[in-house]
Design a binder for this molecule. Structure first.
Ligand code: SF4
Length: 437
């Protein structure tokens, strides 16, 4: 039996694509290996959004060179953001790699497999998307892995925010047809999947390139009618593109989770302009106000970059005030780091010292910990419903519709079940409680 090992870093999009590649390999008769050294075929799904991620990728490619010297039959496949139009250059640098294919370029993978005598299926779906790896969700002992999967609905990005490498690496936006996604999700729900997360760099752009221009709200309406599916999530929204139709749809559909990822990135208009985000702080604040009015139970996550080139103390204070005022449930904060090839890298000097960036990052994190602590404390003693996703040591864990992570202990088998939990403990990051039977 041939074995494969899949190594993935980066965003949920990469994780979703690795699930698909694993689906192909399973269908071709491969089995998952426990490590690189146990494998006949290795897939690296790479990320280069940050320098640290790119360094990890390059380190792993070096490690595999040694392994290939010992096992010349080892096949090495590389995909993800490292691979764009530079494949000739990468082939020269990494001659031990058998195949470099762009993110989502499954026809290239299938064509290579056929040449190698590997019988990849074209997939049971129309279009180039193979079946997801789902066969292991149930065995004789019951469900064995998470009941949640990621589904890419749109690849690429047309926005060109000045700090971001994604449009250069992932290319322009390409949406998957509504029927193809619905067909896939129906199959997944039949096989025990309870929750899907629709993925795109900007889900608000979904469908503009498809005949008839369906949008995310139309897609959600179709998916909400699928029996056996309990929950639908999606990410990421763009504050310049999210519209009232989508907000009303989130409010009205029972399976759509009341949670939005709405990255603001900065609290100062000049910085937002230099970032090329396409909105100002006033518009963002009004948007949050509208969302909360229409969907009162909404939980909101955001992203913030600190130490963008030229960010003054005063401008940073505005990001801090925004975090204080908006009362987000979660804030992902990152210190700016320039990525070669982006506009910000070309045009602006990375002139904020690392120590200042670190200090600003800590200030946002501290403030947000206090905000999240207050928000979560309001759930103390309340009953919430979670979808149980797995087990860590002795504790089951799952998330509420609002994306709060909840832990509980119980001897029963809860994987994939909706459980009602009485909250007994809260922290800024998670909740704990007792299951109600
Ligand atoms: S919206 Fe901006 S930050 Fe997001 S992927 Fe596109 S270019 Fe990058």
């Amino acid at each position: 039996m041939l074995r494969y090992y899949s190594w993935t870093i980066g965003c949920q999009m990469n994780k979703a694509e690795s699930q698909r590649i694993a689906g192909y390999l399973d269908a071709a008769g491969y089995q998952a290996a426990a490590s690189f050294s146990d494998a006949d075929l290795v897939v690296l799904n790479t990320c280069v959004v940050r320098q640290s991620a790119e360094n990890k990728v390059l380190g792993t490619l070096g490690l595999l060179k040694g392994l290939k010297n010992e096992h010349p039959n080892l096949r090495i496949l590389v995909t993800g953001c490292l691979v764009n139009s530079n494949t000739q250059e990468l082939k020269r640098r990494f001659p031990h790699v058998n195949l470099l294919f762009k993110p989502g370029d499954y026809p290239e993978l299938v064509a290579w497999g056929q040449k190698q005598g590997i019988l990849f299926e074209q997939g049971s779906l129309r279009g180039p998307f193979p079946a997801l790896k789902t066969s292991t969700h149930y065995n004789d002992a019951g469900m064995t892995s998470s009941p949640c999967v990621y589904i890419p609905i749109i690849q690429g990005c047309d926005n060109f925010c000045s700090y971001c490498i994604v449009p250069y690496r992932r290319g322009r936006e390409v949406s998957r047809p509504v029927e193809e996604i619905v067909y896939e999700v129906k199959g997944l729900a039949r096989r025990g999947i309870k929750e899907i997360t629709l993925l795109g760099q900007n889900v608000d752009s979904y469908g503009h390139d498809l005949p008839g221009h369906p949008d995310l709200a139309d897609l959600l309406n179709e998916l909400n009618g699928i029996d056996d599916l309990a929950r639908i999530r999606f990410l990421t929204n763009h504050p310049k593109d999210i519209n009232l139709k989508l907000i009303d749809t989130v409010a009205s559909l029972n399976k759509v989770c009341k949670h939005l990822e709405l990255p603001v990135q900065a609290g100062d208009d000049d910085i937002l302009k230099t970032m090329r985000r396409g909105y100002n702080v006033k518009r963002y604040r009004e948007l949050v106000h509208t969302i909360r009015r229409k969907v009162p139970q909404i939980s909101l996550s955001t992203d913030i970059i600190v130490g963008f080139p030229g960010e003054t103390e005063e401008q940073f204070e505005k990001s801090l005030s925004l975090v204080k005022d908006m009362k987000f449930d979660v804030v992902h904060v990152a210190a700016y780091s320039p990525r070669p090839g982006t506009l910000a890298w070309r045009e602006y000097q990375d002139n904020i010292p690392a120590s200042v960036k670190k200090d600003r990052l800590n200030k946002i994190e501290e403030l947000q910990a206090a905000v999240a602590s207050d928000i979560n404390l309001q759930l103390q003693g309340k009953e919430v419903e979670i979808l149980v996703e797995g087990r860590k040591n002795v504790k089951w864990f799952g998330r509420t519709q609002s994306n709060k992570l909840v832990f509980f202990e119980d001897a029963g088998d809860w994987l994939g079940q909706l459980a009602r939990i009485q909250i007994e403990k809260t922290s800024p990051w998670s909740l704990g409680g007792k299951v109600k039977k």
